[in-house]
Design a protein around this ligand. Sequence first.
Ligand code: ACM
Ligand code: ZN
Length: 553
Amino acid sequence: MKKTFYFILGIMLLVSGCKSEARTGSGKPLAIIPAPVSFTELSGNFAFTEKSRIILSPFNNETKLAADFLCQLVKNPTGWNPEVTEGKKPVKGSIFMTMDTAVRNNEGYILTVTPKNIIIQAKSAVGIFYAVQTLRQLMPVEVENQKVIEGINLIVPACYIKDEPRFAYRGMHLDVGRHMFPVEYVKRYIDMIAMHKMNTFHWHLTEDQGWRIEIKKYLKLTEIGAFRKETIVGHPGKKPYVFDGKRYGGFYTQDEVKEIVAYAASKFVTIIPEIEMPGHAMGALASYPELSCTGGPFEVFTRWGVVDDVYCAGKEATFNFLEDVLSEVIDLFPGKYIHIGGDECPKARWEKCPLCQKRMKDEGLKDEHELQSYFIQRIEKFLVSKGRKIIGWDEILEGGLAPEATVMSWRGTSGGIAAAKQKHDVIMTPNKYVYLDYYQCEPEGQPLAIGGYLPLERVYSYNPMPSELTPEEQKYILGIQGNVWTEYIPTPEHMEYMAFPRAFAIAETGWTPDRLKDFDDFLSRLEILKKRYDAIGINYFKGEYRDTRGNTK
Ligand code: ACM
Ligand code: ZN
């Protein structure tokens, strides 16, 4: 008797303690990334049929987006076109999506799958969309590509999931300045962000090596600034420099930008455009050298690194230009944030420039750091007058933070901690944990990267909430972002290779409560989801995911 009891208990523990090995009645393994806050398996499956319809309460443009996304998933392998209607109640065999005040978090949801129907409750349409993203990961992998499969059994295992994000900001960045990526790949990047319940795409659009966004008032930005005559081969630390001799460049037209912004919105992803200033501006200065301290002439930079020539902070023309550029940017991007860069701005030119020095004297600024702060504060004033907020890299702390600035902490976490203590919002993006241009395994045999060593396990280990902060200060930590700088990432395939699956670990850190994070469990879910990534055609990294150097805390 006792033996039987322990046997049953053992089986129960085995089933409940082994999240990644959860299986449906049909023996299908379950895998959701990011891991939901709570998951209960129920018995049986829901089976989609040709008659399955989606009932929305209410039916509006936003809830319809979530419904349409599910329709497409159903349609891909079956060819069926589920009807989408408005209704107040679930009906047998249907998928009922309802706005429900029982869910308190704006992005949270409750997903109930039974053999009878599927019910999604959420506070908002984005919560419904995230429930569909969860449902998607529970559906057969065949929903991922548009190939009708005769007789496919489109089932979802019965379950009850209650879920909400840990952080409000969950983002991924992409540098298109050093290398450019076609519109279709930018969209696919957004798809991957949305699939893993991240809500922000930080689009780094201007650089020393190329200006990538069409500005109608300043056409030279893309006629001249979007192209470099050649590109360095290898690291710039290695001399003599070797160049490839090939002209490189391109840009996104405003129509393409609008297309990408609309696409992102359809996936509930907000885009934060970054227009770099006062440094990393050679794309602009090669086009309009009069905006620099020396007057140039300049070339779009052909090497990697930091350039001494930056926008002149003493000239009114600089601010007129940037306000014009930002006005067009504001019209293209509806989100509340505009990223103004602020990182790595050498002060060498400002120290020698009579106009910059006059500005410092006139404004009572004690050094060039305060001049940079003046620059950023002036731009912030302009953007705030247009109803926007600025984000800057953590160098914007130097010389004094602009009053309403949000800080992206990239040189470790100390900038983020300092900003939170000053009651400024913070996004954690420390290079040693989330810079996805770093090597993801031992460098030998890998394509050349900037350096570093950042295996998946280490990315996963990061907790963005600094224990140094009081609970009151911790409220300023909005979330986490992964960055993909592309000096050494020339093609879309290579970009995906560096970004994935490390971005999925960042997504889980942003969403899943810390107490539920478990790297081994994450890895087993990843193994299952790989079939899905393969079906989508993502070129993710398949090598060693563990930190073989033992750096992971
Ligand atoms: C940065 O990596 N320079 C923000
Ligand atoms: Zn100057």
